[in-house]
Design a binder for this molecule. Structure first.
Ligand code: NAP
Length: 508
């Protein structure tokens, strides 16, 4: 054990001195997630030396930018401790990323800040901007010398990484002209979530689970990520994305990989990634007519949420009145390898659903002979529930004798709840990811191979769906989603474990 931890430590550089250049520094992501996360790292004393250059088109003096950083920290965290000291590390440079001529002055400015704060030529480029800019920015960073540094250089890139496999390949080609694969940190913010990171520990640090973690003892695995929000102001982006590209290709498939991967021989980035890639290689490809056997799509209609009427997706701003874009997707993913042959991984995600919840349910097979079958209630299957958000924890569902009864069994739940982190997409996820990036630990970022396999899988589904116009809308806002998603499991003799029923103990 000691040796393993040592190996993990050897995997990272631990150099917390860096110039962080945030492209898109006046945007929503920077304000809501990045600045508060940097502040928390700063207040925890994680940085040795650092400075931030914010980049966007808007013209603004430094002090106005620093004031906006202060506002975003205070409104996100309500904390002002050391705030003046913190914001004094922030600088602003107006720059249009599509204007090739202004990268030169950005380089000069970055070199000056580097020199002033003695940042050892370490540079992190964080692209918090629309994806069409990712490739051109990377090319310019190289051609205009911003990546010619004496320390490390790293590129942090937000989702979506491409629109399909072809566009992802093209983007990757552009990025790789300036950065090696080891220098690219593709964000999947689910990999920053505490309980997603915990999957590895739950599986590989417990003698009671790993022997059961296979097709002999597990009947099916269910991953649900449901949102109550609609598309909000993101209609334009969402129209070209949909739930399949926005959620399934990245977050849901990453969770499948973490649940299904073999134990890595060491806890190093390369070993973990290579085990995840092996899962992607074993995915059963679904194409043509099979798509509608394995996958279900949906789009929300109007309905009631918290007693307020909400419009249907097609009436949202910047959405086509005849839109064929799915706001819900459910599917059965099969992993054709020795461990998982025959075990369905059911995944579902959607907007405007009844509850906001991300959960994983591992359903174990029934015991070979049920001695308690004749009692008043049939035995419940054993479940291991991993609560990802909003609550965080684990519940193990067992059967035990009912107190005082004869030999009647009843369901009991053993729960562990992580306390203190309650909001979806809390800054904490970004905080961990930023910290990892500065330490040079790329384990919780997606490797290109994972992205490519995942797109190859998803592209076949979207190709089939593009051929036909769906009968949308097919679920009411505030419901559990389309009926067809239930039928998907009924065909196999299963049902979705209702996420609301699984919450009980952990919320207390
Ligand atoms: P946003 O609010 O629209 O911000 C975009 C930023 O880019 C602004 O600072 C904007 O400032 C700047 N910008 C636009 N065009 C520019 C140009 N030509 N040159 C320089 N700067 C330019 O977007 P966002 O919501 O922050 O999202 C950014 C990225 O993060 C996207 O890839 C998104 O998919 C991803 N993401 C966001 C969230 C989230 O919660 N917001 C979550 C996950 C992923 P100016 O207009 O002043 O130039």
């Amino acid at each position: 054990m000691h040796q393993t931890l040592e190996m993990r430590a050897l995997n990272v550089e631990e150099n917390m001195t860096s110039l962080i250049m945030i492209f898109g520094a006046t945007g929503d992501l920077a304000k809501r997630k990045l600045f508060p996360s940097l502040y928390r790292l700063y207040n925890k004393g994680k940085f040795h030396k650092f400075a931030v250059i914010g980049v966007a088109r808007k013209s603004m003096p430094n002090d106005a930018f620093q004031a906006s950083v202060r506002d975003s920290v205070v409104s996100a965290l309500g904390n002002k401790e050391n705030i003046d000291e913190f914001i004094s590390h922030f600088y602003y440079q107006p720059h249009d990323v599509s204007d090739s001529s202004s990268y030169g002055s950005l380089k000069t400015f970055a070199d000056q800040i580097d020199e002033h704060h003695k940042l050892e030529g370490n540079r992190i480029f964080y692209l918090a901007m629309a994806p069409e800019f990712f490739g051109p920015i990377a090319l310019h960073l190289k051609s205009d010398g911003l990546t010619d540094v004496s320390g490390y250089k790293r590129l942090v890139i937000e989702k979506p990484f491409g629109h399909d496999l072809e566009s992802a390949k093209e983007l990757n080609k552009q990025i790789r002209t300036a950065f090696s694969e080891k220098e690219v940190y593709r964000i999947d913010h689910y990999l920053g979530k505490e309980m997603v990171r915990n999957i590895e520990v739950i599986r590989f640090a417990n003698a009671i689970f790993e022997p059961l973690w296979n097709n002999r003892y597990i009947s099916n695995i269910q991953i649900t990520s449901s949102e109550t929000l609609g598309v909000e102001e993101r209609g334009r982006y969402y129209e070209s994305s949909g739930a399949l590209r926005d959620m399934l290709q990245n977050h849901m498939m990453q969770m499948v990989a973490l649940l299904a991967m073999e134990p890595p021989i060491r806890l190093t980035t390369d070993e973990i990634r290579s085990e995840k890639v092996r899962v992607f290689r074993a995915l059963r490809s679904v194409e043509g007519d099979e798509v509608n056997e394995y996958f279900v799509r949906g789009q929300y209609g109007e309905g009631e949420m918290d007693e307020n009427s909400v419009p249907k997706y097609r009436d949202e701003p910047m959405v086509d009145k005849e839109s064929n874009t799915e706001t819900y997707v459910a599917g059965k993913v099969m992993i054709d390898n020795f461990r998982w042959a025959g075990v369905p991984f059911y995944i579902r995600t959607g907007k405007r659903l009844k509850v906001k919840s991300t959960k994983i349910v591992i359903q174990f097979k029934d015991i070979p002979m049920n001695l308690y079958y004749q009692t008043e209630k049939m035995l419940n299957p054993n479940l291991l529930v991993i609560h990802i958000q909003p609550e965080e924890g684990i519940t193990l569902h067992l059967n035990a004798k009912k107190a005082g009864g004869h030999l009647d069994a009843q369901e009991v739940r053993l729960s562990f709840a992580n306390t203190g982190i309650h909001a979806m997409n809390t800054p904490e996820g970004y905080e961990k990811l930023l910290y990892d990036c500065m330490r040079g630990d790329a384990t919780n970022f997606t490797h290109w191979d994972e992205v490519a396999y995942s797109w190859a899988f998803v592209d076949k589904i979207s190709a089939e769906w593009q051929k036909t116009k769906a009968d949308f809308p097919n679920y009411v806002s505030g419901s559990k989603g389309p009926d067809a998603a239930d039928k998907l499991l009924e065909k196999d003799g299963f049902f979705w474990w209702p996420v609301t029923d699984l919450e009980v103990d952990i919320c207390k």
